[in-house]
Design a protein around this ligand. Structure first.
Ligand SMILES: NC(=O)N[C@@H](CC(=O)O)C(=O)O
Ligand SMILES: [Zn+2]
Ligand SMILES: [Zn+2]
Length: 345
């Protein structure tokens, strides 16, 4: 097959940042994607419905003329979040989900949750009103090895939470392990998972073999090869509980190429080309649409996009820039380490 037409995809986990960075990156998403769930980990974070409304306005202003793109807003859960404000945000149609960052787990997460008990009133309200919780699923306990943090989170935080609140809809974001895939598959209801582009392509060797490669460092960190294979199987299976969340997370190069580099990989610009390659390699091109365009909206109770996009396989590799220039500084683009022949028409 050299051409495939699918419903326009959505990105169920995206970092757009703010200001000059927002302006520099948004076009790479709005060119291909109809909607995206926008992560709230700005500095300061998007905590209230009023914050989210103001941030949404800034995003909408930055969308390039001619692109049709809908940002789906989230709130950053803190120990002081008001359940009434969250409910108000959902009722007004502005808020699609609330995001749980365990304090210290990832970029700009220090204002997140330390004690889950303190978040229970909000979580109970969310269960009642059917508002999903998006979860960065890693523990931050220093004793737990960084490669085990997702598995330990499932056992010690997520599973107890789901037993306590079975009616709460939970999205396990950027699943990186076989453990995560198995846990989602075993759930009877109210659990789904997003998978990033890069975790389908790299394992932890990409970060460490032949020298330290900061542009392959993200959180949750890429794991062993067998975990990557489990993610590929889940993504290409057609199982409605798995869908695309790129976690495209731009940081300027000086903040990644330094003594303590930031976590995050920038994939918005070449995600669809990477995914077509991956799905073709696994003989599953016919399931790309489910993963990128159908399963996500179904989980969030939305219709798929009405428009379509066409992917074409070119004889020559498609040229993507090594980095994009933004008003905030240069951002290196994810290099899948193989040539990309699939192009969005
Ligand atoms: N994925 C990342 O490595 N980084 C994200 C935060 C996150 O999604 O955990 C970021 O905001 O930079
Ligand atoms: Zn995260
Ligand atoms: Zn993220």
């Amino acid at each position: 097959m050299t051409e495939i037409t699918i419903r326009r995809p959505d990105d169920w986990h995206l970092h757009l940042r703010d200001g000059a960075m927002l302006e520099g990156v948004i076009g790479d998403t709005s060119r291909h994607f109809g909607r995206a769930i926008i992560m709230p980990n700005l500095v300061p974070p998007v905590v209230t419905t009023a914050d989210a409304r103001a941030y949404r306005d800034r995003i909408v202003k930055a969308i390039p003329a001619g692109d049709r793109f809908e940002p789906l807003m989230t709130l950053y859960l803190t120990e002081h979040t008001s359940a009434d404000d969250v409910e108000e945000g959902k009722k007004s149609g502005l808020i699609t989900a609330v995001k749980l960052y365990p304090a210290g787990a990832t970029t700009n997460s220090h204002g997140g949750v330390r004690d889950m008990d303190k978040a229970m009133p909000v979580l109970e309200r969310m269960a009642k009103i059917g508002l999903p919780l998006c979860v960065h699923g890693e523990v931050t306990t220093p004793e737990v090895d960084i490669f085990d943090r997702e598995a330990v989170f499932i056992e010690t935080v997520l599973d107890p939470l789901r037993k306590r609140l079975p009616e709460l809809k939970v999205t396990m974001e950027h699943v990186t392990t076989q453990d995560g895939v198995d846990y989602i598959r075993a759930a009877e209801k109210n659990l789904a998972g997003s998978i990033t582009t890069h975790h389908l392509i790299i394992n932890r060797n990409a970060i460490l073999v032949g020298g330290i490669k900061p542009h392959y460092y993200c959180l949750p960190v890429a794991k062993r090869e067998h975990h990557r294979v489990a993610l590929r199987k889940a993504a290409t299976s057609g199982d409605a509980r798995f869908f695309l969340g790129t976690d495209s997370a731009p940081h300027i190069d000086p903040l990644k190429e330094c003594g303590c580099g930031c976590a995050g990989i920038y994939t918005s610009i070449n995600t669809m080309s990477c995914l077509a390659h991956v799905f073709e390699e696994d003989g599953a091109l016919d399931r790309l649409e489910a993963f990128a365009s159908l399963n996500g909206p179904a989980w969030y109770g939305l219709s798929p996009n009405a428009e379509t996009i066409t992917l074409i396989k070119r004889d020559e590799p498609v040229a993507f820039p090594k980095k994009i220039e933004t008003g905030a500084g240069p951002v290196t683009v994810f290099d899948p380490m193989f040539p990309l022949h699939w192009d969005v028409a």
